[in-house]
Design a protein around this ligand. Sequence first.
Ligand SMILES: Cc1cc2nc3c(=O)[nH]c(=O)nc-3n(C[C@H](O)[C@H](O)[C@H](O)COP(=O)(O)OP(=O)(O)OC[C@H]3O[C@@H](n4cnc5c(N)ncnc54)[C@H](O)[C@@H]3O)c2cc1C
Length: 391
Amino acid sequence: MDSTAEVIIVGAGMAGLALAMQLGRQGRPVLILEKAAAPRDKVCGEGLMPLGVAALARVGLEPGELPGQDFLGLLYRSGRQETLLNFGAAAQGRGIRRTVLLEALQTAALGYSTVRLLQDEAIAPLREGGTIRGVRGRGGEYRGQVVVAADGVQSRFAHAAGLPMRPYGYRMGLRRHYRVPGGGTWDRVRIGLFAPHDVYLTPVGEDTVLATTMTTHAGYDAVKENYGDFLRASPFGGIFRGAEPVSEQMGWHHPLYAHRGHQGQGMLLVGDAGGSLDPCLGMGISLALLTAQYAHEAVTAMLERPEERAQALNKYEAACQQLYRHYRIFDYIFRFMVLSKARGELLMWGMRHWPETADAILGAVAECNPWRGIPWRSLLFPGRRDMVGKG
Ligand SMILES: Cc1cc2nc3c(=O)[nH]c(=O)nc-3n(C[C@H](O)[C@H](O)[C@H](O)COP(=O)(O)OP(=O)(O)OC[C@H]3O[C@@H](n4cnc5c(N)ncnc54)[C@H](O)[C@@H]3O)c2cc1C
């Protein structure tokens, strides 16, 4: 097999495939290296926020044509309270099974004759001068003009290249799909703040709901052998009485890393490889798709105008920094609030009494709306939202 291409992408996840698809559309030779059998399933909440729905359409896949379920906002539940949050009028998210989305991206990318996918694990970068121009894999060496790391949250490849990583915590995750009569058509993702567990129920169509739980090591050990019993005993218990599991239970240790840069030594870091957020924001896939779009612009500029390579990399860095800066504060605040029962109740109380502000904050997260749109003045006039919708 030819081991050269214009662009070598490490990782056939959301970011790597979305980038390959855009480059393939331009007829560019791309080689994707994936260590696992693709598409690789893993623990995820499978909820694509409105920002990601729009990004997916721009990348070239129509979200509504993929099996799944649209949702219009979130329904929060704690031990004592329940409230709804709404996306903006024109915005909606979509629950799509991870394997369905990956398969669609992979089929679209490999539909271009210049895109190839090879099962191999990338181990180390190959340099020319100070620039990374290739990859050493377990099965051979691969060379290209641009190398992209899209190998997920730990980015061992970026680590092997000596790029700095700043760990700032971890989350343990558990997930299983259940057949819940009517559940697949809910118009909300349900979120349970049951510290030390936060539970996410995402409708993914066909009467199927994904139940994902994030927690601490101790919380994980307490429920991993009896996940169904844990869900039935939770305030969401009624949903799971009579529900049937329809997928394997999976567990996951999810480290949280903030990279100091989204590029280095001539290589781009895309998706989680460039920095991750706490999964409780539900923004990982959206940011993977969006950074793949930014990377597409950068790679195109680097190939068409090699003399402007440094400028293209700097522009990519600046765009990613701005994006992640927007999220960093939400990341800290939400994680801080969901990790304690008392703070979870306080968050719920605030959302119930200032629903307009809470919706606007949701818009700043799920749609990446600017902060200046948040009506802080309405904090002077607390209200109350009645529960509506199908839940
Ligand atoms: C519990 C949990 C819940 C979540 N819920 C949501 C949610 O509801 N909504 C949302 O948008 N996001 C959610 N996320 C985040 C989301 O899953 C990720 O942000 C997203 O998958 C990142 O995409 P990626 O392409 O960057 O990385 P990944 O999807 O992780 O893909 C990386 C790929 O690289 C491959 N790879 C790794 N190393 C190598 C190597 N050395 N050589 C070759 N291949 C390699 C891997 O096998 C993998 O296929 C959740 C995450 C967790 C843990």
